[in-house]
Design a protein around this ligand. Sequence first.
Ligand SMILES: Cc1cc2nc3c(=O)[nH]c(=O)nc-3n(C[C@H](O)[C@H](O)[C@H](O)COP(=O)(O)O)c2cc1C
Ligand SMILES: CCCCCCC(=O)C(=O)O
Length: 383
Amino acid sequence: MTDTALGRPLTVEEYARLAQARLPGATWHYFDGGAGTESTVEGNLAAFRRVRIRPRVLNDVSRCDLSTTILGDPVGAPLGVAPMAYHELACEEGELATVEAAGELRVPTVVGIFASRTFEDIAAHATGPLWLQLYWLHRRDVLERVVRRAEDAGFRALVLTVDTPRLGRRLREARHGFHLPPHITAPNLDGEVTGFLHERKDGSSALSRHADAFIDPSLSWSDLDWLRSRTRLPLVLKGVLTAEDAARAAEQGIDGLVVSNHGGRQLDGAAATMDALPDVVRAVAGRCPVFLDGGVRSGTDVLKALALGAQAVFLGRPVLWGLAANGEAGARHVLTLLRDELEDAMALSGCPSLASLTPERLDCERAAAARNDAHDDPPEGRR
Ligand SMILES: Cc1cc2nc3c(=O)[nH]c(=O)nc-3n(C[C@H](O)[C@H](O)[C@H](O)COP(=O)(O)O)c2cc1C
Ligand SMILES: CCCCCCC(=O)C(=O)O
């Protein structure tokens, strides 16, 4: 049942309200919250609001084509599901529901290393591409096993999260003493590396204590070679916000970057992703695809990010809201809404193809800078 007093939800925001009404308070705050004052959570949303669209007219939009490829796989829209831990917190089927929903649009799902279902079960339910998100665990042997299992299950890429040497100071999680209920686990990880997750301690998040014990904060550029030597899958870095890091990643031959501040859950005060995107796109200069997540709540948000050079955008909280509101059908509707809203926005701004989404379509300082060094053709691999 997804009906509100007004009928079926018509926006992602209405899904948020339904999810809030249905979830236990501590889970809602875990999903919704960010680090510190949550200025970066709000900053992600505000950065989208600041950008205005410059619609062009008389441009034959009788057909708007949203299909493209992402890391070589054909997809129905330039969208994907961002990695998020423990989808069973949102609905009983957890990640199985998520990948079924994403399969409907043939868009990639980034499955978290902290997924609440096994990679093999998730793969059995998926029809769209699966990528695996990794945290840099002290236990490299566990990491290696996880990568091997994902490869064997047919996953198509690895996403290493690089913004989390420790967990951000998430005050809502601490206030609610957030911990996992006993029936929700991390079945892809050995018991030796899942300590603290179920232990309640007032004034402290179990996830934070877990991260302090098991995530290795010494991760640095030279470690990427180790990971690459152990996999044949493309490697994407998630959590890059500066031109310097983007250029270095491209020089090292990284296969993709996600401009992300972890949905404002890590460094409070970090740049909004839409503000960081143009610098990253410019620094990468077409050497690898650039993706974005954080604060995407509507089709016009998607259009704005694509116009500034993202090849696709990933959705975080909105997918959890859909799952919480109505399981697989809710997540599917959220993704479909965003796809349909993007198509509307393209038609109404005179853009019949993804290739026609360029900085010229936007009115903001960043777009003006991007326009100044725009190339005639989109960079290699962008569309
Ligand atoms: C409940 C929740 C759990 C998350 N878990 C992970 C995770 O395990 N790994 C990761 O790299 N990012 C994680 N993220 C961050 C998302 O991948 C993504 O960067 C962020 O949610 C995007 O912002 P949005 O929620 O505003 O769309 C999580 C986000 C949320 C809301
Ligand atoms: C590292 C241990 C807990 C993972 C928490 C998932 C996550 O990244 C989040 O934002 O929440």
